[in-house]
Design a protein around this ligand. Structure first.
Ligand code: HEC
Length: 184
């Protein structure tokens, strides 16, 4: 049976309308994306960490602090003279000077914003050749190993905690039941 002309033209209209609405939605999404990506848009030459498996339940003082001591603390050290960029990574200073503290170079950004590695200025400084300001850290040296960059990423994503709570308080990173309790 032939489709009456009137129905056909309605169908064409409906299709055209749908296409128009879709393109509008896509345009709106496209407008929204650069805003969300703004924090990272400033930086370039960032190491790709997508192949680095996340590490669960990172403990700040046994897994992150040693990275500062080995790779950063001859400049970011507090022994009377002021540390580089007013940031001491000594064990007694580092957590309190990093987490939710504005960067001195880019005060609109926090050094470490819990749960937001890409927005955190510290992560950009160790992950990207051209951070928003200054040089990649450790300054004038090879970038730190990808596994250590990923550890810092995961610690921030897990909330940048100073102390890891007992497993009872779930953080979404517990091992599957029966796998056993990870070493603390
Ligand atoms: C050779 C000395 C040196 C080493 C090693 C070094 N830094 Fe730096 N750091 C500096 C200097 C100088 C600046 C300021 C100039 C710049 O950013 O290039 C700085 C700036 C920073 C900033 C910006 C602070 C802010 O509030 O804006 C961060 C974060 C940082 N360093 C982290 C690190 C970390 C993490 C390491 C170790 C992986 C490290 N640095 C190793 C000298 C160093």
């Amino acid at each position: 049976m032939p489709i009456p002309a009137i129905t056909l033209s309605r169908r064409v209209h409906a299709t055209a309308l749908r296409a128009f609405v879709h393109s509008g939605v896509i345009a709106l999404l496209a407008l929204g994306v650069p805003k969300a990506a703004q924090a990272q848009a400033q930086a370039s030459g960032c190491s790709d960490l997508s192949a680095q498996a996340p590490t669960p339940r990172i403990d700040y003082y046994t897994q992150i602090q040693p990275i500062w001591e080995i790779r950063c603390s001859n400049c970011h050290v507090n022994f009377g003279s002021s540390p580089s960029a007013d940031l001491s990574l000594n064990e007694e200073d580092s957590w309190i000077q990093l987490v939710e503290i504005p960067s001195v170079q880019v005060p609109a950004r926090q050094r470490v914003q819990p749960g937001q590695a890409v927005a955190s200025y510290l992560f950009e400084k160790i992950n990207c050749d051209l951070p928003e300001a200054g040089e990649r850290m450790p300054r004038g040296r090879m970038p730190i190993p990808l596994a250590e960059q990923a550890l810092i990423r995961d610690w921030i994503q897990q909330g940048a905690r100073e102390f890891t709570p007992p497993l009872l308080f779930g953080d979404g990173f517990e091992p599957a039941a029966g796998v056993g309790r990870p070493a603390r």
